[in-house]
Design a protein around this ligand. Structure first.
Ligand code: DC
Length: 230
């Protein structure tokens, strides 16, 4: 059976990862979270003294970028994907608001993007993958056979993020999260290198009013159409 690359891009907190993971599970593909790579890099900066007064020490990061080893695994109990930073499970830490605040700065650095994009292309060599992010359909895999651009209103996205954080027992403030969502949208869309934008050939999916089941049904339908399966 033909194996393809599925690129899922879109705004932050619109459920891309949950959707991409579920799709990969459904069709027996590997899932890669490209955002986790930028988040892990931001965490590395925080934990290795590369931040001074809220700003990244870019030159030190440049010299150490190859030392930042990021790998993915699967939790044997929950079957959720786990991100490892230099061999340590950082899946929980990279989702903190502190990392969320810093990550756009990290993701805007050209040498960081170049490095991560190269690593992401390696991951796609064997095809049969679903990767989500911001520039997967435009820059990482411009020839991906299936491209989805996901969106939802900022308020819906902030509420989802709030529910996610509180569900796992973290303290959360809805207004603070909404502010972070809007700020990240702005930074993601206006940065010079690989800004977030819909690829011309990406299918648009606004999931503000869709259930997960409806969304999955739509995705599988697109997948079947593109791979010629009925
Ligand atoms: O999807 P996320 O919220 O985990 O992404 C974290 C940050 O990384 C977000 O600010 C956008 C950035 N990002 C990016 O620039 N390119 C990607 N392919 C994935 C994420």
């Amino acid at each position: 059976m033909k194996r393809i690359i599925i690129a899922i891009d879109g705004f932050s907190s619109c459920g891309k990862s949950t959707m991409a993971k579920a799709l990969a599970r459904n069709i027996g593909y590997l899932y890669f979270d490209s955002g986790a790579m930028y988040r892990a890099t931001a965490l590395y900066c925080m934990q290795n003294g590369l931040i001074a007064e809220g700003a990244i020490d870019t030159e030190s990061l440049r010299t150490r970028i190859k030392e930042i080893n990021i790998t993915f695994g699967v939790d044997p109990d929950t079957k959720n994907s786990i991100t490892f930073l230099n061999g340590r499970n950082v899946e929980h830490e990279i989702r903190s608001l502190e990392v969320s605040r810093l990550v756009s700065q990290v993701a805007a650095l050209d040498f960081v993007r170049e490095e991560m994009v190269n690593r992401q292309r390696e991951m796609g060599k064997a095809k049969g993958i679903v990767m989500d992010g911001r520039d997967i359909g435009t820059t990482v895999f411009p020839n991906a056979e299936m491209k989805i651009f996901v969106t939802a209103s900022a308020e819906v996205r902030a509420l989802r993020r709030y529910d996610e954080l509180t569900a796992r027992g973290d303290k959360a403030d809805y207004n603070e999260i909404l502010e972070n969502v809007l700020q990240r949208d702005h930074l993601d869309q206006t940065r010079e290198v690989s800004p977030l934008k819909r690829a011309d050939d990406a299918l648009l999916l606004d999931n503000s009013n869709l259930t997960r089941e409806e969304q999955m049904e739509w995705l599988i339908e697109q997948f079947k159409k593109l791979t010629g399966q009925c």
